[in-house]
Design a protein around this ligand. Structure first.
Ligand code: C2E
Ligand code: MG
Ligand code: MG
Ligand code: MG
Length: 281
């Protein structure tokens, strides 16, 4: 009986795997098509100065305008893109478009343009042998100085990976800023802060969510900002949804913030009108 159950379990597992692999193969083919035919587009979420709420930067967040499914959020295709390796061409597309957009904003809006653009990069991209030359080409073709670009990586992407860490040093040597995204959620090692040349910590939104109501969450957020200060890193709090959260994070010493309280990710044409309006002398 035990043998039968084992066999049954094995069959079920295999069936599940096959279904998943077909789904992935289909998704992969569709994604390839999406990259080739410009079905992807970027939205930009403002990153603001705390406490005055003025836009100082943006984060580029990819979307897929799927011919049948409509607008698909990255959570539904980035994991598959990472597994199939398609994240490399997809990430190259994102980098090129984000750099070109930032360069256009500087040209068209001068001092009112946001001061940095954040681009999310997966571990698989960091270890790809062509990554550094892709970054150089994206910057070069856009005519964008590297100091306007922030590469966002998660702790999981770089932990225990010497190749990824070497790549981060090469990026930093160019003057590109490096943010540790979703900080505090991964099985992180604080030693990473010593080996990775990061410039920015992005406190994950799970800590922000309960910051005004759960003392322990506030304690973690406080410890992170104190540590960042001691290491001369700048800080961004993610997922700010209320004025109370913004005020508390400001009081704790967070430099910048991002979240629906300020603005959701927007298309470039919806974001641009806000540039001039928020500038003060
Ligand atoms: P992330 O880099 O941590 O980006 C922040 C996510 O939080 C975005 O979700 C954003 O829309 C969402 N968000 C912003 N403010 C709030 C808020 O106040 N409340 C809540 N609940 N959520 C908020 P999105 O755009 O769905 O992206 C999800 C993740 O997909 C990103 O997380 C990033 O890890 C990944 N991703 C997005 N674009 C790219 C890309 O071009 N390349 C790669 N490799 N990953 C990407
Ligand atoms: Mg990010
Ligand atoms: Mg994040
Ligand atoms: Mg996040």
């Amino acid at each position: 009986a035990a043998k039968d159950r084992g066999k049954g379990g094995h069959v079920l597992y295999t069936t599940g795997m096959t279904t998943r692999m077909i789904a992935h193969a289909e998704l992969g083919a569709q994604l390839r098509e999406a990259i080739a035919t410009d079905q992807l587009f970027l939205t930009y979420q403002p990153i603001v100065d705390l406490p005055n709420g003025q836009i100082t930067g943006t984060e580029a967040l990819v979307r897929w305008r799927h011919p049948v499914r409509g607008t698909v959020p990255p959570g539904e295709f980035i994991p598959a893109a990472e597994q199939t390796g398609l994240i490399v061409p997809l990430g190259r597309w994102v980098l090129r478009h984000a750099c070109a957009q930032q360069a256009a904003w500087i040209r068209e809006h001068g001092p009112a343009a946001p001061l940095s653009i954040g681009v999310n990069v997966a571990g698989r991209q960091l270890t790809d042998p062509s990554f550094i030359s892709d970054v150089d080409a994206a910057l070069g073709d856009a005519g964008l100085d590297p100091t306007w670009l922030t590469i966002e990586v998660t702790e999981t992407a770089v932990i225990d990976d010497d190749t990824a860490i070497t790549t981060m040093h090469q990026l930093r040597d160019r003057g590109i800023r490096l943010a540790l995204d979703d900080f505090g959620t991964a099985a992180s090692s604080l030693g990473l802060l010593l080996t990775c040349p990061v410039t920015t910590l992005k406190l994950d939104r799970t800590f922000v969510e309960h910051i005004t109501t759960v003392t322990r969450h506030q304690a973690v957020a406080t410890a992170v900002v104190r540590m960042a200060e001691a290491l001369s890193l700048d800080t961004v709090a993610e997922g700010i949804e209320t004025a109370e959260q913004a005020n508390l994070l400001t009081d704790l010493g967070y430099d910048r913030g991002q979240g629906y309280h300020y603005a959701p990710p927007l298309t470039a044409d919806r974001l641009e009108p806000t540039f001039a309006a928020v500038r003060v002398p």
